[in-house]
Design a protein around this ligand. Structure first.
Ligand code: GLY
Ligand code: MN
Ligand code: MN
Length: 433
């Protein structure tokens, strides 16, 4: 578990970055209605979760420095026996202090009364400017109140919090990596269960159900809607219907991950429904695997973020020429981006509390260097559209992606999802067993 001391350290680090005279405001996520009295499952705002570990809606965190020490004040829902009969337990004001390390806590209903006075102590207000219209309006109303108050000190700057906070979130601590290992381990177990199920499954929905069964049995929730695409559906990058028939001879692309303590895994495997790759499926699969291994070679401190993508593009282009799906000179094909007909996305993204996690990919317009503690996915693919008439019919409708979760270490990297079979031999063996 991530401990209260780590949350306190994150808050302190953030105040260090925002500097003297700053006050930081972070709002919890709001509950979203699905229809009439039914809500979507609550998911805490990742910035708020990162700084508090507090998993309730209707809360605002306020951070500032007082007499040289950083101070955290939480506005949250007070305990309410009547409401708790309907909605479950709340930490309440006392719990926010005792269990979440807050210096003070107040009822959320007192936010409008107390905030203007707190803001008066600051010169710069940091918050996620422009992200939540309702919160923007609240901040403006507090500023309006200060302007209407004779002699009030008006903070001179409103500054977007994202840059500082997201730079902190980009580097994972030991306990964050532990949570991500757990999320990857559970997702690996889910993928294995679904792959074992595939030869007898008649519909994509059965594999989707298998993934969710393993997630929920491990007290995890999905980190994004799983993708279970059989046959041509493997070529639809954001396919989430997961309700079509699985036919003998189909290749199935399954992209699924879960959350542990809010930290995501994001894993893709592609495998034959009947347990045996056809020659064409195998050729495309092994090319994507070769590209993925080339990309993983680049995941180490000092490598440029884009180096893995460049390695993938080169490997895929050369392989597509060899297989006869592209023709021409490799460097020229890369310059012309000919591969984009079959590989139209990037090779990965940061991974953390958000599945597409926060953090800059470039610094001063240049691809940034990888450093220990960064976590990312490595996920090349090839998608040959069912109606692609520039290739022989035997290649059409094959979609392959291979995605692993990786943490950059001092000397290289750790693959969090390495227990999931990946070679053709491993996959066929798993499915036969
Ligand atoms: N599952 C979303 C992604 O791979 O980026
Ligand atoms: Mn994915
Ligand atoms: Mn991904």
């Amino acid at each position: 578990m991530i401990k209260a001391a780590e949350f306190a350290r994150r808050r302190e680090d953030l105040l260090h970055m925002t500097g003297a005279g700053s006050i930081v405001l972070v709002s919890a996520a709001t509950e979203k209605t699905r229809n009439s009295d039914v809500l979507y499952p609550f998911r805490q705002d990742s910035d708020f979760l990162y700084l508090t570990g507090f998993n309730e809606p209707e809360a605002v965190l306020v951070l500032f420095t007082e007499k040289g020490a950083s101070k955290a004040v939480l506005f949250c829902r007070p305990q309410d026996p009547d409401r708790e009969i309907w909605d479950g337990k709340r930490a309440g004001i006392a719990g926010a202090v005792s269990d979440f390390g807050m210096a003070q806590a107040h009822p959320i209903d007192e936010l409008n009364k107390r905030l203007p006075d707190l803001l008066q102590t600051a010169d710069k207000i940091y918050y996620n400017v422009g992200c939540e219209p309702k919160f923007d309006r609240q901040v403006m109303s507090w500023m309006n109140q200060l302007h209407d108050t004779k002699g009030a000190h008006i903070p001179g700057e409103l500054v977007s919090l994202e840059h500082n906070l997201h730079e902190l979130r980009l580097f994972k601590s030991r306990d964050e990596v532990r949570a991500m290992r757990k999320a990857a381990k559970v997702a690996v177990e889910a993928h294995v269960a679904a792959m074992r199920r595939a030869p007898t499954a008649k519909n994509e929905a059965e594999l989707h159900a298998e993934l969710l069964r393993v997630f929920y049995r491990n007290q995890c929730r999905w980190s994004y809607q799983p993708i279970v695409g059989a046959g041509d559906n493997a070529c639809v990058l954001h396919y989430i219907d997961n309700n079509q028939a699985i036919n003998d001879g189909d290749l199935i692309l399954m992209d699924a991950g879960c959350e542990s303590q809010g930290y995501a895994s994001d894993i893709t495997r592609t495998f034959p429904a009947n347990g045996r790759f056809s020659p064409e499926q195998k050729a495309i699969y092994e090319l994507v695997l070769e590209a993925q291994l080339a990309a993983l070679e680049e995941i180490k401190p000092g490598s440029k973020w884009l180096a893995a993508h460049h390695a993938v593009v080169r490997t895929l282009t050369a392989g597509l020429v060899e297989l006869g799906l592209l023709s021409g000179e490799i460097d020229e094909l890369i310059d012309l981006e000919a591969y984009k007909e079959f590989y139209m996305h990037k090779t990965g993204h940061w991974l953390g509390l958000d599945v597409h996690d926060v953090g800059d990919y470039t610094i001063d317009g240049e691809s940034r260097q990888l450093e220990a503690g960064m976590a990312l996915t490595v996920e090349p693919g090839l998608y040959i559209a069912p109606d692609c008439d520039s290739v022989e019919p035997r290649w059409r409708g094959i979609g392959v992606r291979i995605e692993d979760d990786v943490v950059v270490t001092k000397n290289g990297h750790e693959i969090l999802s390495s227990d999931l079979p990946k070679t053709v031999v491993e996959i066929e063996r798993l499915m036969a067993g």
